[in-house]
Structures are given as structure tokens and as C-alpha cells.
Design a protein around this ligand. Structure first.
Ligand SMILES: Nc1ncnc2c1ncn2[C@@H]1O[C@H](COP(=O)(O)OP(=O)(O)O)[C@@H](O)[C@H]1O
Ligand SMILES: [Mg+2]
Length: 415
């Protein structure tokens, strides 16, 4: 088979790495990819949102399956556009991608199907939003309805902050048209966790659990980031919680989708807040999470391409999905300054000196003879071992050997 992976981050490198292990696969392309992906796939210079060019490429090169990494291309309808040309994509169609494109759409769905979630209201008129922003007390959660690259949620501690947040999103349009509507939510407390699932329209199969670290600083302090590390399994997911998530969340999601005529095939990422063993849904994403994917795929033993095909062919329930009992840890190396301003173009050294780890590239590019930094999150260093502590040790030992100017990483991942 010929596979095209769309995207350029750590998640896409992990997808390429896993797909490469499939005996079914002869050629892997990645658009646009990065310096690390270029060692495992043929990189193609097309950006992830240019669906027409991607389809032209897939057609011309007889690509058998295109795997959509980031949400933007799914929301733009890559699956539907490719289908018109008889091309296959792993990832939900445009109608189903609405679960990530609109937080209000998801909230309506959750409420309609009695799936536990925070109370909410939605507003398109800023004046009206301002009159009601205290409806659930404070802190209040104010969300831009549409895509905002993980920056569209503001937790307002009091009315003053809430009014400012509404201005920022709805008047100043900090997130563009994504802020034409806002969702106001009740503030939930507890521990956050996420469940990645495979869906084929008839069944929903959760993957192994992971824990991710969103804050930039040790001890979960400082600004939010795209994710600074992960490990799998997440000990929070004991048998009781798994059962509860399955029965009160995953099964009703599938039933609700079927009721709505949404033929969801691909990955669904369910973000949860768990308090005293009771999970509530925070949000849906319609693709693999980054960097959860890096840890979870390290543990996947079944051929990922076979699973993806079974999702498209609605035979997911017929294939066994096996996971390693071992623990995976992934630590992100970032550019100093991230998630604020940072410099690019720093030479990365020591990439070939590491042992026992897998290095997933995120923000890297080739410059002459060198691999240099090209983004906020630069690398994900991952390992799989009998215990989480062993995996952690291997990862941190390897990190000692990798260097670039102003490298920053958290020291407490998987501790
Ligand atoms: N209702 C809520 N109560 C408390 N915290 C919340 C709530 N909704 C979101 N958050 C916090 O904001 C973060 C981002 O919200 P989320 O809905 O996942 O949007 P996105 O990932 O698109 O930015 C969550 O990971 C969580 O920390
Ligand atoms: Mg989120």
C-alpha cells in the first residue's frame, strides 16, 4: 500500500513511525512533514490545509489511504473531497468534524443524549453574553465556539475578567470567526484525562489510557502549552472508571451519533474531567492528540493500518486490538521561551547518540548539513519499558545527550 500522512508535528511522526511497521505498507508520503519524518517517509511540500493539492497528489501517486493528522483539514472536509475523487481518508467527514469545529454543537449533542458534561449556554450577541456571564457563578468558563489552536478557552475569576474575555473573543475577534459565538460553561473541578477511541460508525473502541502534562512548568505551574509530555497507561483509569466511561459516555456517544445520522469513522478524542470517580466530558477532538499519541502508539501491537482500514470498512469489532503491558513515557523538548516568543534555527546535536528511545520530531527542519529547530515543541523523546520508572529513566538519560541552544523541558514527567 501507499499511505499519505497529512501534518508535520510529533503526532504525525508517531503515525508515520507506526505505519512504517505495517507489512502492508510499501511507501509512506508525508505532507509537509519535518526533518525527522523525512527519515521515515517521503516528504511532500504541500501544507495540511491545501486539500485540492493533497488530492491531486494522492490521485497522481495512487495513494491507497490518506491519514489526516490535524483538525483543520478534517474540518475543511478532506474526507468528503477525497471521496468525490474515489480516494480514501482515515478521519471523520465534515459533518462529524463539527464536533471539533463547534463547541456549541458538541454541547448540544451531549445534553441531548444525557451524557455527563458541565452546564452551558451559548451566545452570538456579546451584549447578551455580558448580561449572563455570571449565570453559573465564578470562576466562569468562556470558550470561543470554533477552532482556536488550543487558546480559545478563558477561565474568568470574576465578572471583570469575564467581560474582558467576551470583548476579546467576540468584539476584538482574537480568534477570528471562531469567536462569532461563545459557549459559557459551569466551572468543573477534578482531574483531567482523555480517552482516544477508534470508531467505525457501528462500534467505538477505546485505546489505552494516557496522561498528559499541559503546563510549561514543573509541578503543573505556568502557562498552558500544546503538551509537554505524556505517559501511558494512566493509573487513574482503573477498571471501575473504564466501565463508567464506557457505559455513561462512550456507548451513549455512539448511540447519539447513529440517532443523528452521523457516520463517524476515525479517531475521537474525548476530554474528561473526573471528580470522585465521576467522569464528565469537557470536549471532543476529531483526531489523535499530540503528544498523547506518541505514548499510546508506542504500546500498540496491532497493525495500525489494519485498524484504520477496518474503521473505514466498518469491521472494527472483528479485529482484536492488542496493547503492550509495558509503560511508555514521552518528554517534549521545547524552544526556550515557548509557549511565548522563541527563536528558531538552533542546531540540534546528539540525535544519533541516544539508545533505547524513539525520537519523534515536531518542530524541526533541515538546514544544509544540520537539523535545526523550527517550532515551539521541537522533539518528543519516548521510551517503552517494563515499568514507567524504567521508561522515564531511559528518556531522561537520552535527553542529556541531545542539545540545542535554549532547550527547555520539564523534569517531572511521569514521576
Ligand atoms: N467546564 C470546565 N471547567 C473547568 N475547566 C475547564 C472547563 N472547560 C475547559 N476547561 C479547561 O480548559 C482547557 C481547554 O478547554 P477545552 O474545552 O479542552 O478546549 P481546547 O482544548 O479546544 O482549548 C481544558 O483542558 C480544561 O483545563
Ligand atoms: Mg482540550
Amino acid at each position: 500500500m501507499k499511505i499519505l500522512v497529512v501534518g508535520s508535528g510529533g503526532r504525525e511522526h508517531a503515525l508515520v513511525w507506526k505505519i512504517k511497521q505495517s507489512p502492508k505498507v510499501k511507501t509512506i508520503y508525508c505532507a509537509p512533514g519535518n526533518a525527522g519524518i523525512a527519515k521515515d517517509a517521503i516528504c511532500v511540500d504541500i501544507v495540511a490545509v491545501d486539500i485540492d493539492k493533497l488530492a491531486d497528489f494522492a490521485e497522481k501517486n495512487a495513494v491507497d489511504l490518506t491519514v489526516a493528522g490535524p483538525e483543520e483539514c478534517l474540518v475543511k472536509g478532506i474526507t468528503d473531497e477525497f471521496a468525490k475523487r474515489g480516494l480514501k481518508v482515515f478521519g471523520p467527514n465534515k459533518a462529524c468534524a463539527e464536533f471539533e469545529n463547534s463547541k456549541a454543537f458538541t454541547k448540544r449533542f451531549l445534553q441531548k443524549y444525557h451524557i455527563p458534561t458541565a452546564k452551558y449556554e451559548e451566545y452570538t450577541d456579546p451584549a447578551e453574553a455580558k448580561t449572563h456571564c455570571g449565570a453559573f457563578g465564578y470562576p466562569a468558563v468562556i470558550k470561543a465556539d470554533g477552532l482556536a489552536a488550543g487558546k480559545g478557552v478563558i477561565i474568568a475569576q470574576d465578572e471583570k475578567e469575564a467581560l474582558a474575555a467576551i470583548d476579546q473573543i467576540m468584539i476584538d475577534k482574537q480568534f477570528g470567526a471562531s469567536g462569532d459565538k461563545i459557549v459559557l460553561e459551569e466551572f468543573l473541578t477534578g482531574t483531567e484525562a482523555s480517552v482516544l477511541c477508534f470508531l467505525d460508525g457501528c462500534s467505538i473502541v477505546p485505546m489505552e489510557s494516557a496522561r498528559d502534562y499541559k503546563n510549561i512548568g514543573d509541578g503543573n505551574t505556568g502557562l498552558n502549552t500544546g503538551g509537554m509530555g505524556t505517559y501511558s497507561p494512566n493509573e487513574l483509569f482503573d477498571a471501575a472508571l473504564k466501565k463508567k466511561v464506557q457505559e455513561t459516555i462512550l456507548e451513549p456517544i455512539l448511540a447519539g451519533m447513529q440517532q443523528e445520522g452521523l457516520d463517524y469513522r476515525g479517531i475521537l478524542f474525548v476530554g474528561l474531567m473526573i471528580r470522585e470517580g465521576e467522569p464528565k466530558v469537557l470536549e471532543f477532538n476529531v483526531r489523535f492528540g499530540d503528544p498523547e499519541t506518541q505514548s499510546v502508539l508506542m504500546r500498540l501491537q496491532t497493525d495500525l493500518v489494519e485498524i484504520m482500514e477496518s474503521c473505514n470498512e466498518q469491521t472494527l469489532s472483528k479485529i482484536p486490538i492488542c496493547w503492550s503491558e509495558d509503560a511508555a513515557v514521552c518528554v517534549v523538548l521545547a524552544s526556550g521561551g515557548y509557549p511565548g516568543a522563541y527563536e528558531k534555527g538552533k542546531i540540534i546535536k546528539g540525535l544519533n547518540e541516544t539508545e533505547g528511545v524513539t525520537i519523534f520530531h515536531a518542530g524541526t527542519t533541515v538546514q544544509g548539513e544540520n537539523i535545526v529547530t523550527n517550532g515551539g515543541r521541537v522533539l518528543g523523546v519516548a521510551s517503552l519499558a517494563k515499568t514507567r520508572q524504567q521508561a522515564r529513566k531511559m528518556v531522561y538519560e537520552a535527553i542529556e545527550k541531545i542539545c540545542f541552544d535554549d532547550v527547555y523541558y520539564r523534569k517531572d514527567i511521569a514521576k
